[in-house]
Design a protein. Structure first.
Length: 293
């Protein structure tokens, strides 16, 4: 019993220390999640306003005049043979299936593009996604691990600027962004968003009640790159918020499981200790009875 008791006490102390760590990480993720949620909420009204203005400005004639709005011809008809996919993951793990789900979504997107006859350039943002595709031997067109969990508009601009230029020059057929869509702290499904070509509205849903000055073409020239950067920025901030939500959930589950394991080990230790004490009492009583006899 002495040896088993020491082993059980050691396991209990080890699990208690682990629970302290997971509990601390849960609290840190909760604190970061609040700030990340604030960034997501702040980005949405601006993105919606951009979308509405774009819907008011774009007409079929203007759509044909801007490369970012034109849909290229398929490769079989002389169109670009390359496409770009931006995968956004986190730099750190301990977030459950968060990163693996994003990687699976990226693989599906890449396979769909390749089955359409396109060569895919993969741009990885985050250590986890880059590490996986390097492990399976896929060459990366870009490997960004400097953005972290506090992305900025400058990060989004630097990430998408060369892709916008390549698309304008007719070198890319499309640009897709694989990111987490932040629904709530416990719901962050992986999503693929088509960045380029910019989706054009099927028709104006409302009549603009303002005059354009300068003309719509001049406004679109400035607005379209801004719209693309904003779409990438939203993908970055929603993924950052999703990471913290997933980590908080994973650490809470780990903390709860550690608590249950501690209770089980404590009960086991107490039962073994009680059995040993009972056996010792029985031996003492038996010995005393033998001496009396």
């Amino acid at each position: 019993m002495a040896g088993k008791g020491r082993q059980l006490r050691g396991r209990i102390r080890s699990v208690q220390n682990t629970r302290k760590i997971t509990r601390t990480m849960e609290l840190v993720a909760t604190s970061k999640l609040k700030r990340a949620q604030d960034r997501v909420v702040a980005a949405r009204p601006y993105a919606e306003a951009l979308r509405q203005v774009l819907g008011d400005l774009v007409t079929p004639d203007l759509a044909a005049s801007f490369p970012l709005l034109r849909v290229p011809e398929p490769p079989s008809k002389g169109g670009p043979r390359k496409a770009a996919v931006i995968l956004v993951t986190s730099n750190r793990g301990l977030a459950g299936a968060f990163n693996s789900n994003l990687i699976k979504e990226a693989r599906r997107t890449v396979e769909a593009l390749e089955s359409a006859g396109l060569e895919v350039d993969l741009h990885a943002v985050g250590k986890k996604g880059a590490g996986y595709f390097k492990y399976v031997g896929r060459r990366l067109a870009a490997d960004r691990q400097d953005i972290g969990d506090r992305p900025t508009a400058e990060h989004a601009a630097g990430l998408v600027a060369p892709l916008v230029l390549a698309y304008q020059l007719g070198q890319l057929a499309s640009v897709d962004l694989v990111h987490a869509r932040f629904v709530s702290a416990i719901s962050t499904p992986p999503t693929t968003t088509r960045i380029l070509p910019i989706p054009t509205p099927a028709g104006r849903t409302r009549t603009p009640n303002y005059l354009f000055r300068p003309d719509p073409a001049a406004i679109l020239e400035q607005l379209l790159p801004l719209y693309v950067r904003n779409m990438v920025y939203r993908g970055l901030v929603e993924t950052a918020a999703g990471e913290q939500g997933a980590r908080r959930t994973a650490m809470k589950n780990a903390t709860d499981n550690a608590g249950e394991l501690i209770q089980y080990l404590t009960r086991t230790y107490n039962r073994q200790r009680q059995a040993a004490i009972t056996q010792e009492i029985a031996e003492i009583v038996g010995g005393a009875a033998a001496l009396e006899g």
